[in-house]
Design a protein around this ligand. Sequence first.
Ligand code: HEM
Length: 402
Amino acid sequence: MTEATMTVPAHVPAHLVRDFNIFFDGSYDEVFSHWKGLHDEDRPEIFWTPRNGGHWIVTRAEDVETVYGNGDLFTTVPYGNAIPYRNTPAPPLPIASEPPEHTEYRRLINPFFFPKRIQKVGEHARQLTRDIMDRLIPQGGCEFYNDFAMFMPIYAFLGLAGLPEEDWEMLMPWAQTVVREPDMEVAAATTRDAWAYLKSRVDVRRTQPGDDPLTALVQGEAFGRRLDENECVGSALNILFAGVDTTPATLSFVAHHLATHPDHRRALIDKPSLIPAAVEEYLRRFPAGVTGRGVKNDMEYKGVTMKQGDPVLSPALLGNLDERRFPDAMTVDFDRKNVAGQTLTFGAGPHRCIGMMLARMQLRVFLEEWLPRLPDFWVAEDDVPLVRCGTAMAMTHLPLRW
Ligand code: HEM
């Protein structure tokens, strides 16, 4: 393990080193037991993995919350929240900023995520869902990730962002490469392509303004001035990569769970008033993002010596599967109490996800539209679903039949 030995810094003691690579593929059971295994009694709760340039991983809900939410200890400046760090032409914003600058950047795009807007996008998402289902139902089955999950939320997102629907074909592979490609050179080249694309879209807004976040970035003011080009494109990049892959990823796990749990399907069909609680519980059980921070200053954190700039991964999944916060955490239970208040799916603190209402709405629309029309569906017996993990995890192959 040559790379491994190189990426254990001198301040990390040997008893806190474990080999864990966030980039891996596997079946549903393999993937979740691999992650959940990090809670085993004989594992340190905070450990260093030499993989991907080397980084800490915190495994318990309390620490995941602190890493996301305590900007005095853990920061997104200067690189953002991706581990390993993604080489972008300029920092992605608002994620790679901290208050008070962060508040200014976020203020410009906030209105596009207010309930009235989301309601409008919701109507679009509902119509899209109906149209896609009209096409899929006569087929007797589909590969859910490519045939559904990647369409509905992304077309709805493009509508919100004021981007042309035909751009979908280009955007989707980019988003997937950026979040699940272990080769940093490939990820960086893709990011540069996305940067050039967004720069051209941002430029258009200077002469042809619309009612969309890109126009708000170009025309609006922060810090008493217009944003420069890097700030505008960096913000567009953050919205794009945070918004495009995450909801499809969550939908893929929800569909898999429903396909393998007829009782849960039945419960939601018989009692649709359960759907909002089901959305929260699915978000808890299947959080897509696997992100983190850098250590702000040299410090001791819970007895662990951390140095300024050490990357710290805080997977929401581990926080949400922590039995100390959610008893019987691996089980999907629509009757679980106070899920939204404790879940780490959308992070914590000032960077808490700006798109969370949009994501919730899209999941709700899916459950409301899909289940009454397709009450019975299952995983194809002659095929195997595949989960891919990286800085976001998704079931990228989900063969369904009905
Ligand atoms: C189920 C779907 C989603 C999940 C699980 C999710 C998860 C997250 C998480 C964990 C964070 C905090 C990251 C951190 O602090 O390191 C975050 C931030 C963010 N999300 Fe989401 N997200 C989802 C959907 C969306 C959508 C649909 C959009 C936009 C259309 C979006 C845009 C953003 C942005 C711009 C940030 C950065 C906020 C800031 O730095 O203030 N997300 N998201």
